[in-house]
Every structure is written in C-alpha cells, then in structure tokens.
Design a protein around this ligand. Sequence first.
Ligand SMILES: Cc1cc2nc3c(=O)[nH]c(=O)nc-3n(C[C@H](O)[C@H](O)[C@H](O)COP(=O)(O)OP(=O)(O)OC[C@H]3O[C@@H](n4cnc5c(N)ncnc54)[C@H](O)[C@@H]3O)c2cc1C
Ligand SMILES: *[C@@H]1O[C@H](CO)[C@@H](O)[C@H](O)[C@H]1NC(C)=O
Ligand SMILES: *[C@@H]1O[C@H](CO)[C@@H](O)[C@H](O)[C@H]1NC(C)=O
Ligand SMILES: *[C@@H]1O[C@H](CO)[C@@H](O)[C@H](O)[C@H]1NC(C)=O
Ligand SMILES: *[C@@H]1O[C@H](CO)[C@@H](O)[C@H](O)[C@H]1NC(C)=O
Ligand SMILES: *[C@@H]1O[C@H](CO)[C@@H](O)[C@H](O)[C@H]1NC(C)=O
Ligand SMILES: *[C@@H]1O[C@H](CO)[C@@H](O)[C@H](O)[C@H]1NC(C)=O
Ligand SMILES: *[C@@H]1O[C@H](CO)[C@@H](O)[C@H](O)[C@H]1NC(C)=O
Length: 502
Amino acid sequence: MTRILAPLACLVATGNATTPVLERANGLSAQSVTTNCKQACSQLSSTFGSAFHWPQNDNFTIWDAKQQEVHPACRVEPSSANDVAEILDILVSHWCYFSVKGGGHSRNPGDSNSVGGVTVDLNRLSGIEILQGNKQARVGGGATSIQVYQALETRNLSFVGGRVGSVGMGGFTLGGGTSPFSNKYGWSLDNVYEYEVVLSNGTITTASESHNPDLYFALRGGGNNFGIVTAFTVRTFPQGPVFTSMTTYSANQSNQVLDKVYDLYTNINLTSDKEMGYDLYYSYSSESDQFTLSGTQRYGKPVRNPPVFAAINQIPTLSISTNIGPMSQAVDGTDSMGTTRHLFATLSVAPSRSLLSEGLKIFQEEVEAIKKVPGLDPNFISYPLQRNAIKAMKQRGGNALGIDRDEPLFLILISTAWSNSTNDADVNRMTANTIDRLNSTANNLGVANRYKYINYASAAQANTVFSGYGENLQRLQKIQKAVDPRGIFTSKGLWRGFAKLL
Ligand SMILES: Cc1cc2nc3c(=O)[nH]c(=O)nc-3n(C[C@H](O)[C@H](O)[C@H](O)COP(=O)(O)OP(=O)(O)OC[C@H]3O[C@@H](n4cnc5c(N)ncnc54)[C@H](O)[C@@H]3O)c2cc1C
Ligand SMILES: *[C@@H]1O[C@H](CO)[C@@H](O)[C@H](O)[C@H]1NC(C)=O
Ligand SMILES: *[C@@H]1O[C@H](CO)[C@@H](O)[C@H](O)[C@H]1NC(C)=O
Ligand SMILES: *[C@@H]1O[C@H](CO)[C@@H](O)[C@H](O)[C@H]1NC(C)=O
Ligand SMILES: *[C@@H]1O[C@H](CO)[C@@H](O)[C@H](O)[C@H]1NC(C)=O
Ligand SMILES: *[C@@H]1O[C@H](CO)[C@@H](O)[C@H](O)[C@H]1NC(C)=O
Ligand SMILES: *[C@@H]1O[C@H](CO)[C@@H](O)[C@H](O)[C@H]1NC(C)=O
Ligand SMILES: *[C@@H]1O[C@H](CO)[C@@H](O)[C@H](O)[C@H]1NC(C)=O
C-alpha cells in the first residue's frame, strides 16, 4: 500500500470591481496561444539564463505521471519575489497561459505543470529564516515540508507541516494543511502570520491580520486564486522527537478497531490529549489480493506506547512498526517521481461509527470491480478535523473554509495509484461511485457535510469545492475581483489550473 500520509517504513475588497475579464483570449486560436507562449519563453530565456529551460533539454520531474506527461512551452525558476513579478509581467503582456508549481503534488494536468504554456517553478524560493526569538519562521513559497522540518530542527523547533516530506508548503498551506500537530495547533493555514504575495499586476505586497486583512482571510483556504505567494511567515514551536507507529489488523478485527478509532476521533477524554493523532487506512493490495485495515498512531512526545492508545493496543495486530525520531525522519520516504498515476477524491462527514463500517464496505465493493487494473493501489483514508483545530480556525479574523461547529468532522480521502493510462476511466469511475455512495449513505445517516478539502479534491470535484465554503464563497469572489480585476487568475484568464472561484 502507498503511504500517502505516513511514509515511515516505507487590499482590498472595496471598489466596484466589475471590470470585464480580458476578452482577448476568446478570440485566440490554440495556434496563436502557442505563438504567444513561444514569444514569452524567448523573452524569459534572455532574462533568466540558467533558471530558464526549454523542454527539449529539461530533465524536470513532477510527482504524478499525468502531470509529467504534459508538455509546457518552457519552464522558469524565479529566485525572488521580484523575479516572480517580472515573469508575471512578461506572461501577461504576451497573454500566455501558465501554471505555478510549489511542491508539485497535484494530480491533474495543468495544476502545477502547464499544458502548452509556461511552468513557473517556485522550487528555488525555498529559503527558511528563523525570526522573532524562535517563535516564527519565514518560509519560501516553493519550500517542501522536509526542508522546513530540517531547518527548524537545528534549533529543536517545528511547525504545522504535513505527513510527507516532499509535499510543498505552497499548495498545502493555501488549501488547508492538516498535520500530525493539528490537534494542538490547528491546520497550517491558521498558523500563518503573514503572506508575501505577487498580485496579477505584478505588485509585491503582504497580507496579515492588520495589513490587507481581506486578502489575508482569502489566502487562508482560497488556494491559487489571489496571487503567487513568495513567502509564508509561520508559527514555530519547541519540538523534540515524535512517536509514530504503524499497525495492521486482520479483517476479523475490523469492528473492534473501528470502535476504538471512533473513540480516538470523538471521545473528549482521548481527544483532549493534544499530542495525539491517528490516521485510518483501508487498502487493497494486488500482490496479496487482500484488503487490509491499518492505522498510524502519532504522538508529539518521544514516548513509546502513550496511554491514549491503550485501548486500541488491546486489539491483536498483524504487524507493528514503531519509530521515535524527529519529524524530518517521520516524513521521509521514497517518492517515485512522474511514473505513477494518482487520483484523490474526498468528502467530509459528521462523526458516525456506522458510516465508517458502511464506508469500508462500499469502497471494497467498488474496488473489487476494478481489481485487475495494473499497479492498482487504492486506499480509503480517514482522520478527523479535531475540535481543537476547529477552535484554532477562529483566530485572527477566521479563515475562508466556512467550518464552524462544536463536534469534529471526519475527512475521508479516496486515494488511488495505478500505472497505465488505459485504466484512467476505470479508476475515475470507481472513485466517483465510491464518493457518490458514501455521500448518499451520509445523507441517509444524517451526517452529510458540505465541506470538501480542496487539497484532496478530484478534478471532477474542483468546481464544487468552494460552494462547500458556504457564504464565504461570495466574499472570496468579491476579494478575487478586487485584487485581480482583469481576471488573470480566473478560469477565463491565464492561470486556470486547480480549483477556481470564478
Ligand atoms: C504524498 C502526499 C501526501 C500528502 N499529505 C498531506 C498531509 O499530510 N496533509 C495535507 O493537508 N495534505 C496532504 N497532501 C495533499 C497536499 O496538501 C496537496 O496535494 C497540495 O496541494 C500539494 O501542494 P504542492 O505545493 O506540493 O503542490 P502543487 O501542485 O505545486 O500546488 C498545488 C496548487 O497550489 C498552487 N501553488 C503552490 N504553491 C503556490 C504558491 N506559493 N503560491 C500560489 N499558488 C501556489 C499551485 O499552482 C497548484 O495549483 C498530500 C499529498 C500527497 C500527494
Ligand atoms: C539533469 O539533471 C542532472 C542531475 O541533476 C544534471 O547533472 C544535468 O545537468 C541535468 N541535465 C540538463 C540537461 O539539465
Ligand atoms: C536540542 O535538543 C537536544 C536534546 O535535548 C540537545 O542535546 C541539543 O543541545 C538541543 N539543541 C539546541 C540547538 O538547543
Ligand atoms: C482472525 O484472523 C486471524 C488470521 O487472519 C486468525 O489467526 C485468528 O484466529 C482469527 N480470529 C478469530 C477470532 O477468528
Ligand atoms: C471521561 O472520563 C470520565 C472519568 O473517567 C468519565 O466519567 C466520562 O464518562 C468519560 N467520558 C466519555 C465521553 O467517555
Ligand atoms: C453530496 O450530495 C449533495 C447533494 O445531494 C451535493 O451537493 C454534494 O456536492 C455531494 N457531496 C459530494 C462530496 O459529492
Ligand atoms: C497499457 O495498456 C495497454 C492496453 O492494455 C498496453 O497495450 C500497454 O502495453 C500498457 N502499457 C504499459 C506501459 O504497460
Ligand atoms: C495592483 O493591484 C492592487 C490590487 O488591486 C492595487 O492596490 C495596486 O494599486 C495595483 N498596482 C498598480 C501598479 O496598478
């Protein structure tokens, strides 16, 4: 099984912003767009030297094979906010399409590698500077999680980062950012004090609670609709080694395991231990032709078998693999680059023990129907948005996600890897069926929820992600128009990948 979440073993809002979106694009044929981008690339080539790459001599790799297969006109690697502003000016003046790459962990062509346009690769923007007497760090918009963990660990510090080292700070934090530390500090987006951002007109500005508060609100969950973030100033905290334990169970233990997992997600006596995290997996292995239930226990202190897991540890396991070490070690793993196809899709539900059992059953039935797909590696993954994390979402004016509740929310991710493009339709169908059936089961049980985590959404879900933010949708659209009146960063402009507000 692929350990998506645990690689261990393995300005603004005023003004009457009704300016029409640039209409030039509509009149352009694909041919002239190509010509535009060729001209933009030539200009970038003469300005950016060795930070510029024509595709024929670029050995660029990106995580997902579908993104690896697309052909950009060229790729450029800015090293500063000024570079980003200059690149944007060139792209807009030539009216050339582009995609922006942070850590490159998206799964749809065009999300972070441009289909025929320019790929703006932020990987050189990876500087990390510790500030404010070890309480904050300024992190480049193209840094990866492991780079941040490693830099902070030199001072025994950490931050609210992800479970896999190669994931980018950019996409992760702009969409949400769930972390082993979330029960203590909330999601990554609620631990950003300031953003440095390049707007569509090339202006470099900052957004914080006190400066451009509307833009600050919008960047906390609004994804890639507002600007290119060149630096995040984030909370850091003292942190030593963490405990991580991966456990697998035989099928006849499923009910006991799910009972205890449900407790770990909901029972206040357990969730009040803020050091604790737990990720649930149900996975199919083509090699063994078996479904396996497993879980990753996480604890923010170097304690072997912390008491919070005492009850679940009564259940016999098939295997246990435990580690105590720094986060940079817990998130390290081998990522194959550009060779495997991946699909994520998601939904969230109010806590329900029945939904967990029903969910595994539905997933298993749908996977059985496509078992023959070469390289198939499907996973049903769930973990909670904890009460503490929901409370943290109210800090500094609140975030854009539109989540306000007293009880936890369960996030569900259907994450599948496979190897051959011939089977794209099979995996799409399996995933869509699973999500639809989970959704109707959730409706029947009265636990459906509108929120879909943008970073786990499929291409098919991208259009409805923001309606899941409730009334914040209108506010976000208004802020978008105010900061980008020409609509450069909308689905009618030049930066169209990922999930768009307009
Ligand atoms: C193996 C794996 C493990 C994961 N683990 C977790 C996890 O533990 N917790 C979690 O919450 N999520 C997790 N995710 C989901 C992850 O948060 C999303 O895939 C996220 O969008 C990846 O960000 P990225 O920068 O790597 O990807 P990219 O594809 O580079 O970026 C995603 C989108 O954000 C935009 N973007 C990126 N950087 C910037 C920037 N600086 N300014 C403006 N726009 C930008 C891009 O244009 C793109 O549209 C995981 C994903 C994978 C594949
Ligand atoms: C490709 O990558 C290798 C290793 O990083 C490097 O040595 C080589 O110069 C690169 N080739 C090109 C054409 O960029
Ligand atoms: C980090 O913690 C370790 C273990 O407690 C200690 O030996 C080391 O000196 C600390 N490093 C710093 C920079 O404080
Ligand atoms: C559960 O399954 C395992 C093998 O997968 C077996 O060893 C064990 O005896 C079974 N337990 C019960 C109670 O059936
Ligand atoms: C939490 O623990 C207390 C004290 O043991 C107990 O009375 C209470 O019922 C427990 N609450 C839950 C939700 O289990
Ligand atoms: C669930 O169904 C409702 C309507 O029945 C729809 O609005 C919502 O987008 C669906 N959610 C998911 C995750 O498919
Ligand atoms: C993908 O599947 C097709 C059709 O089954 C087959 O012809 C092709 O060889 C496969 N490609 C790879 C790389 O396995
Ligand atoms: C760029 O856009 C921002 C937001 O709309 C605006 O405040 C700023 O004045 C603009 N700058 C220029 C140079 O037009």
